[in-house]
Ligand binder design. Sequence first.
Ligand code: B12
Length: 209
Amino acid sequence: MTQKLIDAITEMREADALQITEDLLDGGTSPLDILEACRNAMEVIGDRFEAGDCFVPELILAGEMLNEISEVIKPRLEEAMASEKVARVVIGTVEGDIHDIAKDIVAFMLDINGFEVTDLGVDVPPQKFVDAVKETNASIVGLSGFLTLAYDPMKDTVAALKNAGLDVKIMVGGGQIDEHIREYTGADAYGRDAMAAVALARQWTGENK
Ligand code: B12
């Protein structure tokens, strides 16, 4: 059923993708299945990009389509999920890195699962994370990064948060990040995907819904 949506996204048919999303929701398809279809579509586009079969404008358009689809499904997901916020999370893509499609999905999933999310955007310097944690009193920080060049800014951000004496749990994730890199950065945990981020946040807040 969701194959039509995957096709519309990968064929860059923006209006169709939105219409199909509405139709799927009206037909009873779960918003989570729609998110999974978006992830599959992004995988196809990522493979094409790496094979030289599509280019930067397509990647940017795909990112915009995913944002629009997220906006359409968000109200439906919120209806089904808890509305009371359980804890505060600060998230961002670390300094030097502008990949935000995946970070947006993680922020979105945390949000609809009851976490109050402050999204600092992309290319975020360490001090900005420190300031945001102080301002929001967040107990969890999520660092996203896709570039090899993001490892050091991630490490610097973890160090800045620790040096500021803040009592936060830090999770890292993104394309190239794994347990090895987590250890290098000094973060508390690595999450493979948005559901892992939600599971970690729940574990850290004692929330086991
Ligand atoms: C889309 C894309 C872009 C887009 C980004 C658009 C956007 N708005 O984000 C654009 C075109 C802008 C771009 C630019 C560049 N890119 Co690029 N890009 C990609 C691509 C194709 C897909 C990444 C993506 O969004 N995947 C979709 C997401 C949804 O998939 P996902 O990873 O499964 O998502 C989950 C996890 O990542 C996890 N997660 C993510 N963050 C977090 C955080 C936490 C806390 C947790 C727990 C989990 C978590 O949860 C997500 C949701 O489930 C990848 C290749 C690839 N296949 O990964 C290259 C790739 C990441 N890019 C790459 C490069 C080199 C660049 C450029 C330097 C290219 C250039 N020469 O200009 C620039 C970087 C500029 C910069 N300073 O950042 C390289 C990185 C190589 C490296 N080792 O450093 C890659 C791997 C391509 C390649 N093979 O060469 N890119």
